[in-house]
Design a protein. Structure first.
Length: 288
């Protein structure tokens, strides 16, 4: 699938107007308290021709009694700074964005915005596996616009194999599944009796320690596991756009998503052709 990947949209995603609006219009809810904090090294391919990877990120799971929350640390860092000191964040954002735009307009070249501290990352959604409500809740974005959709909470139909491997010192076993357009290979450890994993994956008799698709476009690998008690909270804006899952993907990765991004770029004085790169990659779910 061809996608005009607009670097500037990475920064727009965490723009100040959107941040402040979300903070004013959000209802803070503490749904659960975590028992465990699990960290994965995460990377994804953003160009299947060159097999270029996005920068490595940390994907975090907070596992509670009824809710498991998944998010990238880069997204968490941005959100935390915005909430703790919005004035400082606004100042730093404006200064960096002005410097970046001047550099690009004068030289035609500038550091990729997805490599900056202000980018929320390539995988900026926040996900909740809500075992009490028996559903998955996802907050995601198209440019500066937040969207919310609900997915079914249903374990994948794993096939467990005899292959074994040690990951981070844990004895692991292999499992495979075809799920939403991709073939997935997982390794799980019965030594950690938590039936959890990154993104929407779960349902194995132990924690998923490594997960990747057959083409190696998306990869998660366990780098940390600890007992940690902390609140699992949600901040869902009251005025968030609610949408069906497949419709969201069609919009985000289709012409309408491009138009939304280009319109937002124009609002800050950039044209649709001034900073875009033609890339080709598929989303983690391909069944839309």
């Amino acid at each position: 699938m061809k996608i005009k990947y607009l670097y500037i949209v990475c920064v727009i995603l965490i723009s100040i107007a959107c941040s402040c609006s979300s903070m004013r219009n959000s209802a803070r809810q503490i749904q659960d308290t975590s028992r465990f904090r699990i960290s994965y090294k995460f990377d994804m391919v953003i160009d299947t021709f060159t097999m270029e990877n996005f920068r490595d990120e940390i994907y975090v799971l907070q596992v509670g009694e009824n809710v498991t929350k998944g998010f990238t640390y880069q997204k968490f860092w941005n959100d935390s700074l915005r909430k703790a000191n919005p004035e400082l964040y606004a100042q730093l954002f404006r200064e960096y964005n002005d410097e970046w735009r001047i550099l690009f307009e004068t030289t035609g070249n500038a550091p990729p915005l997805n490599k900056t501290p202000f980018s929320p990352g390539a995988f900026a959604s926040v996900l909740f596996k809500d075992y009490k409500q028996n559903e998955i809740q996802v907050i995601d974005h198209i440019s500066i616009h937040s969207f919310f959709y609900i997915d079914e909470l249903k374990p994948q139909n794993w096939v467990i194999l005899d292959d074994t491997l040690r990951i981070l010192g844990y004895h692991c076993q292999k499992a495979i599944v075809h799920w939403r357009g991709r073939e997935w290979i997982a390794w799980f450890t019965p030594e950690i009796t938590i039936s959890e994993g990154p993104w929407k994956f779960y349902g194995l008799p132990g924690l998923i320690t490594k997960l990747h698709d057959s083409e190696d476009h998306y990869r998660f690998e366990l780098i940390g596991f600890e007992e940690k008690t902390e609140p699992i909270d949600t901040q869902i804006p009251r005025n968030i756009n609610k949408i069906e899952r497949k419709e969201f993907f069609k919009t985000k990765f289709g012409e309408r998503g491009q138009m939304i991004g280009e319109t937002d770029m124009a609002k800050i004085g950039m044209t649709s052709t001034s900073n875009q790169v033609e890339l080709k990659f598929g989303y983690i779910e391909l069944d839309y």
